[in-house]
Design a protein around this ligand. Structure first.
Ligand code: NAP
Length: 350
């Protein structure tokens, strides 16, 4: 399909979408897709309907006519809905063109996200995920499977909520060498540290992060540094081409920091941040996630709340920084929507 060239309307194709996991991210995606429906059709020739939705509680549901947004929320889906027993059966019955995988992170082996994406690609669907697990545990396998099937495996929302980091390197920085990176990549711990600096208890600050919808399903993954370690591993695997498991990242969370230490650090002008680092050394990499006191002049020290920052060290640009200010969950949904457009319309121009 050709992108809209400004002179003629693109031909319209309707895609069957399957949402696997129906929590914060895929709910926000369903809403964003509905908000952008006219623009997707007019500019990219993309029409869509959600023919499959699944979660542990809901089970594997399909509706060939397309689910109505309200019906997804209240489970009242009428006579056209069929229940299935597993992922492949569900994808086939939904006639899936694109699978959006947004189930909970599993830091041990990436399952069942890996199996979901494998099934999606095997069934001939593009696979788009916000789940970091499949990227760190099965990136090469899934990339090769996607290529063999002539489909796309895209995961822009897995790190920094949909900010185009992976596509920045893959699409606009050919033949550059990434030598190192550092950043603040976990919103939950950043919200907690900021809240405790302002006098909240740990529990109150965690609740704030959960209310914002940025905490992992199991928030200990955030607090113990696992989420950040998985993000570092995803960046190293994809952008440095070095296989790194989250378990190989030196990791310390924020759980041992007392409220006094956090407030004292802020008052002394050297606030605590949960800092991610990776440095290439030949074909190896040294990576860490740990609380560090940063001088207030460091751009990473200025990142507050759900904001995040990534600083890339390359052989061409000594330091390339991207800051994302106060994103909500719709930013993650946007990364998935952008992946969808790229997958079905790879030549698209913005
Ligand atoms: N929230 C964010 O800001 C954000 C940002 C970037 C990336 N992510 C990633 O996006 C993914 C989803 O995050 P979220 O915030 O939407 O999580 P969430 O609100 O906890 O929702 C997770 C969803 O996955 C479903 N699920 C979990 N395990 C499943 C399984 N084995 N089979 C079927 N469904 C399963 C859950 O079903 P039940 O509710 O029925 O148990 C729920 O619908 C995670 O991998 C997270 O790391 C999130």
């Amino acid at each position: 399909m050709l992108p809209h060239d400004g002179n003629r309307a693109p031909s319209v194709h309707t895609y069957n979408l399957c949402l696997l996991g129906y929590g914060n991210v895929n709910r926000a995606l369903a809403e964003l897709l509905a908000n952008r429906r006219d623009e997707l059709r007019e500019r990219y020739g993309i029409e869509w309907r959600i023919t499959g939705v699944a979660s542990r509680r809901m089970g594997w549901l399909t509706n060939p006519e397309g689910f109505q947004a309200g019906a997804l929320e209240n489970g009242d889906n009428g006579d056209s809905v069929t229940r299935h027993t597993g992922v492949s059966d569900w994808l086939r019955a939904a006639g899936a063109d694109v699978l959006f995988e947004a189930t909970s992170l599993n830091v041990q082996d990436g399952q069942p996200g890996v199996a979901h994406i494998r099934a999606g690609l095997e069934c001939g669907a593009h696979a788009v995920t916000a789940n970091k697990g499949p990227v760190v545990f099965a990136y090469r396998e899934l990339r090769e499977l996607a290529a063999a099937k002539g489909k796309q495996f895209l995961f822009e929302s897995a790190v920094m909520d949909g900010v185009p980091i992976f596509s920045l390197f893959q699409r606009t920085l050919p033949a550059i060498r990434l030598t190192g990176l550092q950043g603040i990549l976990n919103s939950t711990t950043n919200v907690i540290l900021g809240g405790m600096e302002q006098g909240l208890s740990f529990e109150q600050a965690l609740r704030k992060a959960q209310e914002l919808g940025v905490a992992e399903t199991d928030a200990t993954h955030d607090i113990e540094g696992w989420d950040a370690a998985v993000k570092v591993a995803a960046l190293v695997n994809v952008l440095m081409g070095i296989e790194l498991r989250p378990q190989q990242v030196e990791r310390e969370g924020i759980g041992k920091l007392s409220a006094e230490a956090i407030r004292g650090a802020r008052e002394s002008g050297r606030p605590y941040k949960l800092v991610c680092r990776a440095a290439r050394s030949g074909n190896a990499v040294k990576a860490s996630v740990r609380p560090e006191q940063l001088p207030i002049t460091d751009p990473m020290a200025l990142v507050e709340g759900t904001s995040s920052i990534i600083c890339f060290e390359t052989d061409i640009f000594p330091m390339l920084r991207i800051t994302e200010e106060h994103p909500g969950v719709e930013a993650t949904a946007y990364g998935m929507l952008a992946d969808f457009v790229r997958a079905v319309n790879p030549e698209q121009s913005l």
